[in-house]
Design a protein around this ligand. Structure first.
Ligand SMILES: Nc1ncnc2c1ncn2[C@@H]1O[C@H](COP(=O)(O)OP(=O)(O)O)[C@@H](O)[C@H]1O
Ligand SMILES: N[C@@H](CC(=O)OP(=O)(O)O)C(=O)O
Length: 449
């Protein structure tokens, strides 16, 4: 059995849903389908999830944005109309949307999550109705019925172990099951969403629970490329990757697959294949535990903007027992989560996502560091970008760092920070955001051309 997930671009309109139906029904073993909310139909369009968030915010400010509400309903209505589905399908979608809006109005706990889930929920209702209309036995399965149990956490829900056994029971069902992605339920019955892009996580959880032979993740590109196609025109396609490589790459900016989505599939040893809804015959990228035969040691260059570097220095820091712990404790106390923490003899840098430290919080954190740790210097450097080069073979290959350093020199971009870290498969570089594109392009030329 295969679990098949379709991302926002794959379910953006009725035409895309027809492609989804063709893909699902072209193989008997594509039996469980996970869907996202309708994504962008063209550049400049809005994702339904973004519209739902806007709608929720307007309700919270006691000014329901009727225009946004209409845009959401119109998205679903045009699907229902173009697929000639009965009107009661749209009525059901609308009923659920209005129920969640009421929850937000009443300021119920997690009501915004409930509203955010309406995009995925509506798509699943429409797709299952469409499959039935086309003569296939299909049911909509709510994540509660499926048994997707989660714990509510600040950055997004985390799956609970008991989900996997519950999901296994779905193997007995014979029809095509359509499950909305992006959310689960706490054991107390509250709907909670995963972090943004989290339908990939649902797909992986479902594939692991069902012990599927394959988790197919359909998107809008033929494969995972070795670099974000935003920076390089038609970059090299990757036919295979290991779980570790993909996890590092998606964490560091390959937004094609959610970085948290690999863990359930990896633990259950389910291979993942990234494929294109608009070109399903292309082989895609296989992600497995096995290291494939390949010549190159670097397989991908991932990058992301929106970081800051919190730099502290103190003479004899190396001798001060517990300095690092105390610094990180201040961040924890203030609810700030960090990404990396490379350190030197008298210096330590902590790399954070920029939004973790808004100006008010910066003042408190910097004040506490100065007062409690008696440091010589504390500097916050914003506008930072991180570049990660990744490959299983890197740790046994001499000269990768020097090749990378030459690439930065050729691009005339200063390396602000290097962190080989504990991961054997990656090396990270911090640069100023303005130099990011040039640096990535130069690294691409060095390692792939
Ligand atoms: N290394 C990469 N390889 C392929 N696509 C990438 C990569 N890095 C970023 N992307 C972007 O990821 C997009 C697909 O992911 P996403 O927008 O989440 O799709 P979906 O709509 O299927 O959820 C691609 O269109 C591409 O722009
Ligand atoms: N719709 C949700 C979850 C998701 O996975 O979306 P997408 O498949 O478009 O990345 C979001 O926008 O975050």
């Amino acid at each position: 059995m295969k679990v098949v997930k379709f991302g926002g671009s794959s379910v953006a309109d009725a035409g895309q849903l027809q492609k989804v139906k063709n893909i699902v029904t072209s193989e008997d073993n594509r039996r469980v389908v996970v869907v996202s909310a309708p994504g962008k139909r063209y550049s400049g369009d809005q994702k339904v999830t973004d519209l739902l968030i806007k709608l929720g915010e307007s309700i919270q400010h006691d000014q329901v944005d009727h225009e946004v509400y209409k845009m959401i309903v119109d998205r679903f209505q045009s699907m229902v109309d173009e697929l000639n589905l009965p009107l009661n399908v749209l009525e059901e979608v609308r009923k659920r949307l209005e129920y969640s809006m009421e929850q937000v109005q009443k300021k119920e706990a997690k009501a915004i999550d409930s509203l955010k889930s309406c995009g995925e929920d509506g798509t699943a209702l429409i797709l299952s109705a469409y499959l039935r209309q086309e003569g296939y036995d299909s049911s909509y399965v709510n994540p509660k019925e499926a048994g997707i149990l989660v714990r509510d956490e600040p950055g997004g829900a985390l799956v609970l172990e008991e989900s996997f056994d519950q999901l296994y029971r779905l193997r007995e069902r014979r029809e095509i099951l359509v499950i909305p992605g992006f959310f689960g339920y706490t054991p107390e019955g509250t709907l909670v969403t995963f972090s943004r892009g989290g339908s990939d996580i649902t797909g992986s959880i479902v594939a692991a629970g069902l012990q599927a032979e394959l988790y197919e993740n359909f998107t809008d590109v033929d494969s995972v490329y070795c670099v974000n196609p935003m920076y390089v025109d038609r970059p090299k396609e990757l036919t295979s990757l290991t779980y570790r490589e993909m996890r590092e790459l998606s964490y560091a900016g390959f937004s094609v697959f959610h970085d948290e989505a690999l863990i359930p599939a990896f633990k259950a040893k389910i291979p993942v294949c990234i494929k294109n809804t608009n070109n399903p015959s292309a082989p895609g990228t296989m992600i497995t535990a096995d290291l494939p035969d390949r010549d190159s040691h670097v397989v991908g260059i991932a990058s992301d903007k929106g970081f800051l570097n919190l730099y502290v220095s103190k003479y004899l820091m190396n001798r001060e027992l517990g300095f690092g712990r105390k610094l990180l404790q201040i961040l924890e106390d203030e609810g700030v989560s960090f990404e990396h923490a490379p350190s030197g003899i008298d210096d330590m840098s902590v790399v954070l996502r920029d939004h973790q430290l808004p100006p008010e919080k910066e003042e408190v954190v910097v004040g506490r560091i100065k007062e409690e740790l008696k440091v010589d210097t504390v500097i916050i450097e914003r506008d930072m970008a991180m570049i990660m080069i990744v490959g299983e073979g890197m740790n046994q290959t001499i000269g990768i760092a020097s090749q990378a350093a030459c690439a930065f020199r050729e691009a005339d971009v200063n390396i602000e920070m290097i962190n080989q870290g504990s991961s054997e498969v990656s090396m990270m570089f911090g640069v100023k955001t303005e130099g990011l594109a040039d640096a990535v392009q130069s690294l691409y030329r060095t390692f792939f051309e």
